[in-house]
Design a protein around this ligand. Structure first.
Ligand code: SF4
Ligand code: SF4
Length: 298
């Protein structure tokens, strides 16, 4: 609620000028630069042949760019769509599992346009240590995908994580991930970033747990909660451990948003856009070989 008197005018302005944070921000456009291929965890709903389904639409393969090519793309797109005011890194893997490429790209984008909002989306495993570097390059908007705060549930979602040069599995892995996500969330909020949390709603796995999760997110200072339906389609890259996991119905998504809504402001206009998305939300444009801009059907 933007009328909340506890929100500073700086926060309100950052919220209303970002297309993903507020419907009022829809007059602005964003560009995702796909510079981050690696990931440090495995989600059961992810097929690595496609983009990170924590933030992006599954079934889309973004062509990887180097940081230099990424910034060139931003400059070209900004010439054609001057209202592009957000540069985001959202994959195709986890941006913070590729810190050098992610930070170099953001830094160079800010050099080109000092008014741009820098945005990062992450699973949170590597966030805590990177908060100071993100602040230093000027990241103002951060998304963390947190699907649960209970390691028994997490063990059904994450078969493994790679942390401190070790592969961890089962409950141990998800407990480390959850602890790191919450500590990273707290640190990012303390550092002044606006933090949105994405949760992938998975029927029978985390749907009964959404209210408890939202309570915890509020306690840790998250600003906005985005409950995204699992898109379950083996042909398009989401396979959920090959178990035939179904996706939630629209009613189930509405129920989950209502359960979370007593604690957390809910976002319901998310387009689960691709890791190389360009343009206004819901109106992605494609870049052909010479990077000229043309509309694409969603
Ligand atoms: Fe940022 Fe996510 Fe919106 Fe991209 S889709 S601009 S990463 S909040
Ligand atoms: Fe896939 Fe993203 Fe999960 Fe990594 S964080 S396993 S890229 S869905």
């Amino acid at each position: 609620n933007l009328d909340d008197p506890s929100l500073s005018s700086d926060v309100v302005s950052k919220v209303t000028s970002h297309p993903c944070y507020s419907p009022e921000g829809h007059k602005y456009a964003r560009i995702h630069l796909p510079v981050a291929p690696a990931c440090n965890i495995q989600c059961n709903y992810c097929n690595r042949k496609f983009d990170c389904s924590n933030e992006s639409r599954p079934g889309v393969v973004s062509k990887l760019l180097s940081p230099a090519k990424g910034v060139q793309r931003f400059v070209k797109v900004k010439e054609r769509i001057p209202e592009t005011n957000v540069v985001g890194i959202a994959g195709p893997g986890d941006p913070l599992a590729n810190p050098a490429a992610t930070l170099a790209t953001l830094k160079a984008a800010a050099k080109q346009d000092s008014d741009v909002h820098l945005c990062v989306s992450t699973n949170g495993l590597a966030l805590l240590e990177l908060v100071p570097s993100l602040v230093k390059v000027g990241v103002s908007h951060l998304t963390i995908t947190i699907n649960c705060i209970d390691a028994a549930i997490g063990a059904k979602i994450y078969p493994w994580i790679y942390f401190n040069h070790k592969r961890l599995r089962g409950r141990e892995a998800s407990q480390v991930l959850i602890d790191r996500q919450l500590a990273g969330l707290k640190a990012a909020v303390a550092a002044g970033m606006l933090v949105k949390v994405n949760t992938v709603l998975i029927p029978g796995i985390n749907d009964h747990h959404i209210e408890a999760l939202a309570q915890e997110l509020k306690l840790h200072g998250a600003l906005l909660h985005n409950i995204m339906p699992l898109i379950s389609d083996p042909a398009h890259g989401t396979y959920f451990g090959l178990t035939g996991q179904r996706q939630p119905t629209e009613d189930e998504v509405a129920e989950a948003r209502a359960a979370a809504g007593s604690n957390m402001a809910q976002m319901s206009h998310c387009q689960q856009c691709r890791a190389d998305a360009v343009g206004h939300l819901g109106q992605d444009i494609d870049l052909d070989a010479d990077e000229s801009v043309k509309p694409v059907q969603q």
